[in-house]
Design a protein around this ligand. Structure first.
Ligand code: BGC
Length: 388
């Protein structure tokens, strides 16, 4: 009880005032990329992003580095709203799917850019047993539980903690307390997410969490990428390499069977770079699978590299997680209109959701997702951008 109080008290004290974060500056005049490099320092700005239906003010943070790489993040769902990245000519395009305003994120959407928790991905039959107690969760994906339930971390208003810039990086940090029994999960969890943009064109997403009762936790970011520019077409020509010799085959409900299978000789093999579309028709429904990273998780290690030939953009991902879900936007069907009025059709974005494996709470042989009181949960994923 004392510990729980302490945990909540510390987070309740978290300052809402954000030193170092500037109110939006006036638009820069048009200047050449060379001059721009000298002229623009690392910067962090904040502006209003609207109000939730229950009257809570939401903010949009803009992080910019000297190459012009710009990440916009809102504290509603700790969502990555946009990511502008230079192509091989220096032209900036927004490479993530999403919405121009808060309204789009408040309506039902497939987790565009969202911070997903408490459990990213699926838990079979929406239940698990921990220390002999059966916990029942929302069955929000047929009979299974998906992405934390009906009101997961993606729908929480996160508390701003810090928004700063120095000569090497600029970052925004937010916190959220998920209370005991929220969405059926045990324990109060105090959690933070920090988005950091570096001068070396990296976007780092790091999580920290603690609990006051034994629980489970699996966090990810659910950005949909299209390296040619969001809403411009499908991602089937993107060339993908995954640092994974194995994956976890699934049943019809996309729950892992428990087998860990070698990718060799199958359309699941991305151990050397291949276009996403080259064998997608051989995979029923498209790619929506967890890969077992060769690193095994723990230390930050290579996860994936994606190259888009027309823009020359390259995204390299390193992570501390043991797995990554490759999801090729199979359920996008043209019913959602996103940023700049662009319609999102099937395969218009891909996700590489770094994570622990789906259904781990019911699969004793998978790496554990149990978090104990006194333990510190940490997880980090780094997206580095370059061109070829
Ligand atoms: C899942 C998909 C799901 C999508 C949107 C992905 O992480 O693997 O099956 O449709 O998220 O919810």
């Amino acid at each position: 009880m004392k510990k729980r109080f302490c945990l909540i008290y510390v987070l309740a004290l978290t300052v809402v005032y954000m030193p170092g974060c500037k109110k939006r500056a006036p638009k820069e005049p048009e200047i050449t990329p060379e001059v721009k490099k000298e002229a623009i320092p690392m910067s962090a700005n904040e502006e209003p992003f609207g109000q939730t239906p229950d009257g809570r003010q939401v903010v949009l943070y803009t992080l910019t580095n000297p190459s012009g790489l710009t990440a916009r993040i809102t504290n509603y769902g700790a969502i990555l709203v946009s990511l502008e990245v230079p192509d091989r000519t220096g032209r900036l395009d927004d490479i993530t799917l999403g919405f121009d305003s808060l309204d789009g994120y408040i309506k039902v959407h497939p987790y565009f850019g969202a911070t997903v928790g408490r459990y990213a991905n699926r838990i079979g039959k929406a239940q698990f047993t921990l220390d002999g107690v059966l916990y029942k969760l929302a069955a929000n994906n047929d009979e299974n539980h998906l992405h934390g339930g009906t009101k997961g971390f993606d729908k929480a208003v996160w508390k701003p903690v810090e928004c700063q810039a120095d000569s090497q990086k600029t970052w925004v940090k937010m916190s959220y307390i998920s209370e005991d029994d929220e969405e059926g999960y045990p324990g109060n969890i105090a959690c933070t997410v920090t988005y950091t943009l570096t001068k070396d064109n990296e976007l780092k997403i790091s999580y920290e969490a603690e609990t006051d009762k034994t629980t489970i936790l699996n966090l990810t970011n659910h950005s949909y990428f299209n390296l040619a520019g969001q809403g411009t077409g499908d991602i089937l020509d993107h060339e993908l390499m995954l640092n994974a010799d194995k994956y976890t085959p699934v049943d019809e409900g996309l729950i892992p069977t428990g087998e860990i299978r070698n990718v060799t000789g199958s359309p699941m093999d991305f151990t050397s770079s291949m276009s996403i579309g080259s064998r997608i028709k051989q995979v029923e429904g498209g790619y929506d699978h967890n890969y077992v990273l060769n690193s095994g998780g723990g230390a930050l290690a290579l996860c994936a590299e994606v190259y888009e030939p027309s823009s020359g953009r390259v995204m390299t991902i390193h992570t501390t997680e043991p797995g990554v879900q490759l999801y090729t936007g199979n359920f996008l069907d043209g019913t959602l209109t996103g940023k700049s009025g662009r319609v999102y059709n099937k395969h218009y974005g891909f996700c590489l959701e770094t994570q622990h494996f789906p259904d781990s709470p019911n699969k004793p042989d998978f790496p554990t997702v149990v978090l104990l009181p006194g333990q510190k949960f940490t997880s980090e994923t780094v997206h580095k951008f370059s061109t070829r």
